[in-house]
Design a protein around this ligand. Structure first.
Ligand code: PLP
Length: 462
């Protein structure tokens, strides 16, 4: 199975090429040339998440790794979770389930994708006898998941840029309290967009790299992250009803990575009724599904900071695969002109999307009232991102779509201030979050200047 770019220039790329490149050379995103199909009968026999991953991951990796190699990698990929059961499923009533994806070491679902990414990075680097720098900017949970996943590998040094902004103290401390020589957190006196620009510049210049060193990206467009996430959709559906009836999935989303993983699972044979795209006030996706208008606006800071985005980078994959029938020429044209020209489709094509997708946009006030109500009525605590996903279920709307699974993307303990705003003081602990407030923080402060940041990385390389 090989991969191609949504914008047409790169094609027939192997898994390993896609892993190491991140973004395609034409600025597009990698996508499988054909959707592999999953044998649901075989998956029904699986007892654990990892067993299911053994059926799914090799469908994407056969261009670079043997079954045996992948098997060995997967045995140690997902680590430091609360229990062997990586995912807990909570049942409200027969219509509403919550899949808790936050029991990993950084208390958000991103551990699933990034631990898989890091495991394959390590294997690829060892094979090529290379080292790597990981460079990323974060305004939420990506940084901590990348740091935690990569810190175990000596051949990788991780630099994470933190903008001034809306991250919670816990989220920041998850990064700044990691005391290891192959991890470096840089406070940038600038915005998230300025940090992103520095990262982009670094990927063009690469001058700070040593011989035999790769520069690797961990942002949400990396296809390997998506593979790690595809696995849990199969696991959740298997656990809930053994694929006997199509489920709805409500996914709190920002960059559309988690939604695209759900769509991928659907294309690979998972029975799905509707995919509910749940967003906060940053509603570029909702405006598209509601009004056929995909246009960039400015960012709003909300109580669900990991979904505060201006564009949903992974949405390009859906545009290519679903709306453009895999036509890279049209896709390139749309994105060459975006964001100057907004994106829309013929009425029929757009209307057709409603068979599979539905979207909602939720304000901060509504987020708080949902957290309080779920706590009061069910004695269950959701984090602000999960609360956005809850809004689309029959607990909060009259639209009854049948059984809906909400993805709980973060542990509520990451957002103590929002819990207080919702009138809740008794916050459950997470096995890796307790003690963070007492640990010593370690970070470097730099101004938002490309050359200064790159010089710092060169001076502090492995
Ligand atoms: C990253 C993140 C999201 C958004 O995920 P996307 O894949 O970008 O849609 C939602 N919730 C939490 C807690 C996150 O960390």
């Amino acid at each position: 199975m090989l991969f191609r770019s949504t914008r047409g220039q790169d094609c027939h790329k192997t898994f390993e090429e896609v892993l190491l490149a991140g973004l395609a050379s034409d600025g597009g995103l990698f996508i499988p040339e054909k959707w592999p199909q999953v044998d649901l009968k075989a998956i029904k026999k699986c007892k654990s998440f990892v067993e299911i991953a053994h059926h799914i991951v090799p469908l994407f990796t056969d261009s670079s790794y043997t079954q045996e190699e992948v098997k060995e990698i997967l045995e140690s990929t997902w680590h430091d979770f609360k229990s062997k059961n990586l995912i807990e499923i909570h049942n409200f009533d027969n219509n509403v389930f919550v899949a808790e994806l936050f029991h990993g070491p950084t208390a958000a679902f991103k551990d699933f994708g990034l631990q898989l990414c890091a495991a394959f990075f390590n294997t690829a680097l060892k094979k090529k006898k290379k080292t790597a720098i990981i460079l990323g900017a974060t305004s939420g949970d990506t940084g901590s998941a990348a740091i935690d996943a990569c810190k175990h590998y000596d051949s990788i040094k991780t630099f994470i840029l933190l903008p001034k902004g809306n991250m919670t103290e816990i989220q920041r401390r998850q990064m700044t309290t990691v005391d290891q020589s192959n991890v470096c957190v840089i406070d940038i006196d600038g915005t998230f967009d300025e940090c992103q620009d520095i990262v982009k510049y670094a990927f063009q210049s690469k001058q700070f790299l040593r011989p035999n060193q790769e520069l690797l990206a961990v942002n949400s467009i990396n296809w390997v992250r998506i593979i790690g996430q595809i696995c849990y959709y199969f696991f959740i559906a298997m656990k809930i009803n053994q694929f006997s009836k199509p489920l709805n999935f409500s996914i709190p989303t920002g960059n559309f990575g988690n939604v695209f993983a759900c769509y991928s699972a659907y294309k690979m044979g998972l029975p799905i009724n509707k995919i509910l795209i749940s967003v906060n006030k940053n509603d570029i996706l909702h405006k598209f599904f509601d009004k056929n208008d995909y246009s960039k606006t400015s960012v709003h800071e909300t109580l669900s900071p990991s979904m505060d985005i201006t564009v949903a980078s992974n949405f390009e994959r859906l545009i290519f695969d679903f709306f453009l029938n895999s036509n890279p020429i049209k896709c390139k044209e749309l994105f060459d002109n975006f964001p100057n020209s907004s994106i829309s489709f013929s009425h029929n094509a757009w209307q057709n999307a409603k068979q599979l997708f539905h979207s909602v946009s939720i304000s901060d006030d509504r987020t708080i009232s949902i957290i309080s109500k779920i706590y009061k009525d069910f004695d269950y605590l959701v984090d602000p991102h999960t609360a956005v996903g809850m809004a689309a279920t029959s607990l909060f709307t009259d639209v009854n779509l049948g059984t809906t699974v909400v993805l709980a993307t973060a542990h509520p303990g990451k957002f103590p201030d929002t819990m207080k705003l919702s009138g809740i003081s008794n916050i459950p602990t997470h096995h890796k979050l307790s003690g963070l407030l007492e640990k010593k923080e370690k970070s470097v402060s730099l101004e938002a200047n490309k050359d200064k940041v790159l010089r710092f990385i060169a001076d502090n390389n492995l």
